[in-house]
Write a protein that binds this ligand. Sequence first.
Ligand SMILES: *Cc1c(COP(=O)(O)O)cnc(C)c1O
Length: 358
Amino acid sequence: MIPVTKPFKTPLSELNLHLIDIWNSELYTNNGPKLLKLESELKNHLKVPNVIFLCNGTIALQIAIKALELKGEIITTPFSYVATTNSIIWEGCDPVFVDIEKETLNIDTNLIEKRITTKTSAILATHVFGNPCNISEIDRIAKKYKLKVIYDGAHAFGVKYKGKSIYNYGDIATCSTHATKLFHTVEGGFIVSMNNRLVKKINFLRNFGHNGPYDFALAGINGKNSEIHASIGLVNLKHIKSNILRRKKISNYYSKLLSPLVEDKFIRTINSENYSYYPILIFSKSKIIKIIEELQKKGVMTRQYFKPSLNTLNYLKNNDQCEVSNQICERILCLPIYDLLQETDVEIICETIINQYR
Ligand SMILES: *Cc1c(COP(=O)(O)O)cnc(C)c1O
């Protein structure tokens, strides 16, 4: 079976050295030395001013909304994982969906201003498949209307924008380090913020509001992560460069083999800046169903990330119209990509797809 992704397999021998430290110290959690080391190594690796490591990427979004004290409406993208929308709702705000650009599949900044009302407090946008949103335009709009900006950077590990880490933008940037993501800690996530006052607040928010043993600064939650998860991150970070290089090779091979279909305009391949995904758009709806079926017969799993378009979720108060996102969701297909995927697997996958057009 070829899954759509396989988590990077942390070398046990390397992990064991960390586990021995943990067992010896008997410090298993509560922002211990491994977690502090991971935060510091991520800071250096990403070249960001701070990293606040958390138990997952959804809590990172929730804490971001909480830290900024957002109320009312939050303008967001319909083309993301459901966690982006759910965190808005969970924090008592209303998502307002603005359609996406055909090219980048990110929120269409030309459509944002007309959806701003007196209730709008923020923009929460996702850098889908690791491709940067139109950050300079989002910044301009946010300044003009005094809105806060959160970027869901769950797919954007290691991506740069204008020469700087993409996590340096927005009031708060979040990331998920779930097992399915490019850099993972099995479960986990983190926040980056350029604003020191917010960093301090987020540190309180992730740890019940503790300001010393008997003083509580605010109504925090448990957003902490463990020493074991942090250790997995420390090992995986050592291998991230080779992991990305391997994925780059696989992506380029896919693109080469699929190029005839692109030239004949049957499909479009979508760039993924850090090779975290390999998405393609298949223009014919009947072909996409057939392709998924035929691949499945060969044991190849694919996923239609991100279906359904989030503006169509049945538990929303309003279902905004997002034509582009609705269409893309039906035509997108993410092909398997992970470091141990073999060239022969890529060949089988591409041949199966090409065969549908013979
Ligand atoms: C994975 C993901 C999340 C959620 O992260 P978890 O760590 O699984 O909670 C949020 N947003 C996007 C875009 C994601 O892909």
